[in-house]
Design a protein around this ligand. Structure first.
Ligand code: NAI
Ligand code: 15L
Length: 268
């Protein structure tokens, strides 16, 4: 049967807030988890991914987990280590102990951010490529994907790792014309990832059906995902505002964009 009770981690965040609004229409009853309290949601669990007891309780009895919690941008390694690397381990350990069988993991384009972006007739970027993280953040997403693979092969917990492009209400840069995942398509994709059968550990790219797509959406479509949106309606305005992508701009040469060129973050 399709999962009904869903633990949504990171429910206070940008993506989590949009999914709180959209996922109930796909049939889910949500249990919310975040470090931050959520206004109007007195039953939300306010806890850190470092709190293993709280996680055990949070995952108990749910049919599946959508794991969005974590640091969502580059940060000093120690912070990434705690929230994203130890955090995802703590989540999977809790799931294993409580018998949860399906997780959808919010990976990121930044797990493979140093892959050159396709230009002209170049083929779309395939899913089956080695990790090429562009930041400690991207490194933690590659770790999460590998942890999901381990927990599938060792413990039979199924995961779809979604390498999300840019999921925001609207694309705001020219790069996002290629990577945009509309919130409604995001909910469709997460629903497909939560309900497709026999996924083992599957990695997919997550975007809408954008005209300017850089990557292969067929693994996501194979889960039953049918995107309805295309960023092209925003193209003229964004290009008029920011100019076309130029291949020699270091911020545009790789999938990860400016994540590849920002100065590294040192401990502080
Ligand atoms: P966000 O930063 O708005 O939300 C992340 C949430 O996780 C926050 O509410 C934060 O309080 C919570 N969190 C952070 N550390 C935590 C901890 N130690 N314990 C409990 N909760 C903690 O990020 P956003 O944009 O909503 O992204 C959600 C997820 O999707 C993140 O994992 C991000 O890496 C991933 N993602 C998002 C993309 C996007 O376009 N929005 C693109 C690619 C990946
Ligand atoms: C991500 O992984 C971030 O979480 C999100 O805030 C955006 O920066 C996105 O990638 C992107 O590459 O646009």
């Amino acid at each position: 049967p399709a999962p009904r009770t869903l633990l949504l981690t990171g429910a206070a965040g940008g993506l989590g807030s949009m999914m709180r609004g959209l996922l109930p229409d796909h049939g889910y009853e949500l249990r919310l988890f975040d470090l931050l309290p959520i206004s109007g949601e007195p039953n939300a669990i306010t806890a850190d991914l470092a709190d293993r007891d709280a996680l055990r309780e949070a995952v108990r009895g749910v049919d599946a987990i959508l794991h969005l919690a974590g640091i969502s941008l580059e940060a000093p390694f120690e912070k990434i280590l705690r929230a994203n690397i130890e955090g995802v381990y703590n989540l999977y350990e809790a799931a294993r102990a409580e018998g949860v069988r399906r997780i959808v993991f919010a990976s990121s384009n930044h797990a493979v951010g140093f892959v050159p972006r396709p230009v002209g007739d170049d083929p779309l970027i395939p899913v089956e490529i080695p990790h090429r993280p562009d930041t400690y953040y991207g490194l933690s997403k590659g770790f999460g994907e590998d942890l999901a693979s381990l927990y599938w092969h060792r413990h039979g917990i199924e995961t779809v790792s979604v390498r999300i492009g840019s999921c925001f209400p609207e694309p705001t840069t020219v790069r996002m014309l290629s990577l945009w995942l509309s919130p409604a398509d995001g909910a469709r994709l997460f629903h497909a990832a939560l309900t497709a059968e026999n996924v083992g550990h599957t990695v997919v790219y997550g975007s809408s059906a954008n005209t300017r797509l850089w990557w292969d959406l067929s693994p996501a479509r194979a889960l039953g995902y049918e995107p309805q949106d295309d960023s092209e309606q925003y193209a003229a305005e964004l290009i008029a505002k920011h100019g076309e992508l130029t291949p020699d701009d270091p911020d545009h040469t790789h999938l990860g964009g400016s994540f590849c060129t920002r100065p590294p973050m040192w401990p502080h």
